[in-house]
Write a new protein. Structure first.
Length: 208
């Protein structure tokens, strides 16, 4: 008996996809359309300061979009979704963290740096938890120390209130793992001011 070998048609599937949206050609409510799919997604700040590597001319204003599905999808399925809100292209994302960081050029210092707080998240996606690195935490703690030195801040509660209001990236670190080191640092900083001949700022905050 002859057996025929049936070749299965290749239909590779993936979980994470990206595209670009040009605001001048997308529907006015494109973000609402995107949100209606209820898929965890990020939309970058508008990239309005990107330059072409040749000629240093400004690139056309655009957004980067990334979708993160729980199950695998084909390119054809996702292209249909992206087309519904004006998405151009359909890129397979190999690294969620790497692509998320690219939304703001966090690992590309030669490019314009965009504010991570301007990233829009949908369907419960948490941008900072996905894109954060250990080195980001250490740099943020160093920035907090420098800030307290410059402003003569000794109060941990004041630092928390300030971070909550103005620096949410600091606030997250203080809530998660950075509280102990900053409390100890502020205690040491206060001791140095009280016991060493260091000029005091008239706006020094008292320890609470």
């Amino acid at each position: 008996m002859d057996f025929k070998v049936i070749e299965k048609k290749s239909d590779p599937r993936y979980r994470n996809f990206g595209c670009v949206v040009y605001p001048d050609s997308a529907p006015p409510d494109w973000m609402e359309i995107l949100s209606s799919y209820h898929v965890p997604a990020f939309v970058s700040p508008i990239h309005d300061s990107d330059l072409n590597p040749v000629g240093n001319e400004h690139k056309k204003d655009h957004y980067h979009v990334m979708f993160m599905y729980e199950g695998k999808k084909s390119r054809a399925q996702i292209q249909e979704v992206f087309s519904s809100f004006g998405g151009v292209g359909c890129e397979v994302i190999n690294s969620i963290r790497g692509y998320a960081r690219y939304l703001c050029h966090l690992d590309n210092p030669e490019k314009h740096q965009y504010n991570p707080e301007d990233v829009k998240a949908f369907a419960g996606a948490d941008y900072l938890s996905i894109c954060s690195l250990a080195t980001d935490k250490y740099k943020a703690i160093g920035d907090m120390m420098d800030f307290c030195n410059l402003e003569c801040i000794f109060s941990f509660s004041y630092l928390c209130r300030y971070a909550k209001e103005y620096r949410y990236d600091w606030y997250r670190i203080l809530c998660d793992s950075g509280a102990f080191i900053m409390k100890e640092y502020l205690k040491g900083l206060k001791w140095e001011i009280d016991n060493c001949e260091v000029p005091k700022n008239e706006q020094i905050k008292s320890v609470e």
